[in-house]
Ligand binder design. Structure first.
Ligand SMILES: [Cu+2]
Length: 130
Protein backbone atom coordinates (compact mmCIF):
# COMPACT_ATOMS: atom_id res chain seq x y z
CA UNK A 1 0.00 0.00 0.00
CA UNK A 2 2.80 2.39 0.89
CA UNK A 3 4.54 1.61 -2.42
CA UNK A 4 1.33 2.46 -4.33
CA UNK A 5 1.07 5.78 -2.47
CA UNK A 6 4.66 6.62 -3.41
CA UNK A 7 3.97 5.80 -7.05
CA UNK A 8 0.86 7.99 -7.08
CA UNK A 9 2.78 10.87 -5.49
CA UNK A 10 5.57 10.49 -8.05
CA UNK A 11 3.00 10.60 -10.87
CA UNK A 12 1.46 13.79 -9.44
CA UNK A 13 4.89 15.41 -9.12
CA UNK A 14 5.79 14.41 -12.69
CA UNK A 15 2.58 15.97 -14.03
CA UNK A 16 3.02 19.23 -12.15
CA UNK A 17 6.67 19.50 -13.22
CA UNK A 18 5.52 19.13 -16.82
CA UNK A 19 3.08 22.03 -16.42
CA UNK A 20 5.60 24.28 -14.70
CA UNK A 21 8.18 23.62 -17.37
CA UNK A 22 5.95 24.36 -20.27
CA UNK A 23 2.64 25.53 -21.46
CA UNK A 24 1.83 26.23 -25.07
CA UNK A 25 3.73 28.97 -26.86
CA UNK A 26 1.89 32.27 -26.50
CA UNK A 27 2.43 35.74 -27.97
CA UNK A 28 0.64 38.70 -26.38
CA UNK A 29 0.25 41.91 -28.39
CA UNK A 30 -0.56 45.40 -27.13
CA UNK A 31 0.36 49.02 -27.85
CA UNK A 32 3.24 48.82 -28.31
CA UNK A 33 4.66 45.59 -26.97
CA UNK A 34 5.16 41.94 -27.85
CA UNK A 35 5.46 39.39 -25.06
CA UNK A 36 6.34 35.73 -25.55
CA UNK A 37 5.51 33.04 -22.98
CA UNK A 38 5.45 29.25 -22.81
CA UNK A 39 7.75 26.88 -24.62
CA UNK A 40 8.78 27.34 -28.24
CA UNK A 41 10.13 23.99 -29.39
CA UNK A 42 11.71 22.61 -32.55
CA UNK A 43 9.23 21.74 -35.31
CA UNK A 44 5.80 23.22 -35.89
CA UNK A 45 4.53 25.34 -32.99
CA UNK A 46 0.84 26.18 -32.78
CA UNK A 47 1.36 29.63 -31.30
CA UNK A 48 -1.58 31.23 -29.49
CA UNK A 49 -1.57 34.91 -30.50
CA UNK A 50 -3.75 37.30 -28.50
CA UNK A 51 -4.24 40.97 -29.24
CA UNK A 52 -5.05 42.93 -26.07
CA UNK A 53 -4.62 46.26 -27.84
CA UNK A 54 -6.89 48.79 -29.52
CA UNK A 55 -5.36 48.40 -32.97
CA UNK A 56 -4.79 45.46 -35.30
CA UNK A 57 -1.39 43.80 -35.07
CA UNK A 58 0.59 41.02 -36.75
CA UNK A 59 3.21 38.55 -35.62
CA UNK A 60 6.36 38.03 -37.69
CA UNK A 61 9.00 35.45 -36.78
CA UNK A 62 12.42 36.24 -38.23
CA UNK A 63 15.93 34.87 -37.85
CA UNK A 64 18.78 37.17 -36.79
CA UNK A 65 19.77 37.69 -40.45
CA UNK A 66 16.29 39.06 -41.17
CA UNK A 67 14.94 35.94 -42.88
CA UNK A 68 11.20 35.77 -42.18
CA UNK A 69 10.06 32.23 -41.29
CA UNK A 70 6.42 33.05 -40.55
CA UNK A 71 3.99 35.97 -40.70
CA UNK A 72 0.49 35.84 -39.27
CA UNK A 73 -2.56 37.51 -40.74
CA UNK A 74 -3.71 40.70 -39.04
CA UNK A 75 -5.08 40.01 -35.55
CA UNK A 76 -8.01 42.28 -34.65
CA UNK A 77 -8.32 43.99 -31.25
CA UNK A 78 -9.54 41.45 -28.70
CA UNK A 79 -9.01 38.57 -31.12
CA UNK A 80 -7.08 35.36 -30.40
CA UNK A 81 -5.78 33.11 -33.17
CA UNK A 82 -3.62 30.01 -33.38
CA UNK A 83 -0.74 30.58 -35.76
CA UNK A 84 1.46 27.62 -36.83
CA UNK A 85 5.15 28.36 -37.39
CA UNK A 86 8.07 25.96 -37.92
CA UNK A 87 11.12 26.73 -35.78
CA UNK A 88 14.55 25.12 -35.44
CA UNK A 89 16.26 24.01 -32.26
CA UNK A 90 18.89 26.31 -30.80
CA UNK A 91 18.01 29.21 -33.12
CA UNK A 92 17.21 32.73 -31.89
CA UNK A 93 14.17 34.38 -33.42
CA UNK A 94 12.82 37.89 -33.28
CA UNK A 95 9.07 38.18 -32.89
CA UNK A 96 7.70 41.52 -34.05
CA UNK A 97 4.79 43.45 -35.51
CA UNK A 98 5.53 45.09 -38.85
CA UNK A 99 2.44 47.24 -39.32
CA UNK A 100 3.10 50.77 -40.53
CA UNK A 101 0.14 53.15 -40.63
CA UNK A 102 -0.09 56.58 -42.22
CA UNK A 103 -1.58 59.11 -39.79
CA UNK A 104 -1.79 62.09 -42.12
CA UNK A 105 0.46 64.98 -43.05
CA UNK A 106 3.09 62.52 -44.28
CA UNK A 107 3.50 61.03 -40.82
CA UNK A 108 3.49 57.33 -39.98
CA UNK A 109 3.27 55.08 -36.94
CA UNK A 110 5.66 52.14 -37.31
CA UNK A 111 4.75 49.48 -34.75
CA UNK A 112 8.25 47.95 -34.91
CA UNK A 113 9.89 51.30 -34.20
CA UNK A 114 7.42 51.83 -31.35
CA UNK A 115 8.87 48.75 -29.66
CA UNK A 116 6.76 45.83 -30.82
CA UNK A 117 9.54 43.26 -30.78
CA UNK A 118 10.98 40.61 -28.54
CA UNK A 119 13.29 37.64 -28.86
CA UNK A 120 13.13 33.92 -28.14
CA UNK A 121 15.57 31.05 -28.37
CA UNK A 122 14.09 27.70 -29.34
CA UNK A 123 14.97 25.11 -26.74
CA UNK A 124 17.07 22.14 -27.72
CA UNK A 125 14.95 19.17 -26.68
CA UNK A 126 16.63 15.94 -25.69
CA UNK A 127 15.18 13.32 -28.03
CA UNK A 128 15.20 10.74 -25.22
CA UNK A 129 12.97 12.86 -22.99
CA UNK A 130 10.17 13.12 -25.57
CU1 LIG B 1 1.32 46.23 -34.38
Amino acid sequence: MRRLLVLVLLAVVACSVGKDAGGPPVVLLDEFSVEAAGVFGPGVNDVVVRNDGEFGHTVVFAQSDGTVVGASPSVAPGEEIVFPVRLEAGVEYEISCRIVVGVGAGRIVDHYEEGMLTGITVEVVDALSR
